[in-house]
Ligand binder design. Sequence first.
Ligand code: PDD
Length: 284
Amino acid sequence: MSRIVFVNGAFVPEDEAKISIFDRGFLMADAVYEVTSVLDGKLCDFAGHVARLHRSLGELGMPSPVNDDELLAIHRELVARNGIEEGVVYLQVTRGAHDRDFAWPEGLKPSLVLFTQARQIVTSPTAAKGLRVISIDDLRWGRRDIKTVQLLYPSLAKMEAKRRGADDAWMVMDGKVTEGTSNNAYIVTRDGTIVTRNLSNDILHGITRASVLRLASDAQMKIEERPFSIAEAQAATEAFSTAASSFVMPVVEIDGVAIGDGSPGPVARRLREIYIETARAQAV
Ligand code: PDD
């Protein structure tokens, strides 16, 4: 079945969607994006994704192509037109099209593209098994807090993980884990404290991260926001990652070393359950 996608004001079949070859998103990765999960045909953590989109646009001096009400309406219509009960909506805003030049003129019209992906996120078989990750140097640029489409390095890292028989890579800078290729990274220490890197320009400010930390704190769990090393992660009782596309995902092995007993741990399983329950209840 061909999807209906959204391109610059129109809902069209995916094979009829067109973007200029001069679009700066294509030529320069001059674009930002968001991925919002869908449960029961509704959008999870939507306000957070819209807020982060505005932040990304603001940091790059890009105007928003539509207002927030229109953004919600487009998301909803796309979900409805494609009959998505569970999955994600991908949104991308680019600076617009202009003849190739490093400098761009003022007043470019931004492009807006959205499409859906049907996906089993709640009953993902990987969540039951847990992820095996490798560590890899973090060679990305210094503004990882902006959700740009410059995803070549994380893609290469993911391919390297697959080549080595693992599922994902955790990136390391100055001896400390920054984040996964497309998720935030956590460990649980022997005294039950959840540790995840503090927010800065070094990592993406995950919307799922914010929700999960709020839920963990509501459940009286102890949280420390600080960098941790691969050695500390390997000695932890649990590890996990979070992202809109996977929610809370247990990590059971890092660089070939089993974490805890090598199966998804109770903290990750509980947070996954609470997150899904809350996201479902608050979806719009
Ligand atoms: N990725 N860190 C990175 C580098 C990411 O790309 C993502 C999300 C996250 C988690 O952010 P959030 O909880 O807001 O999804 C952290 C999306 C899902 C993607 O690129 O598909």
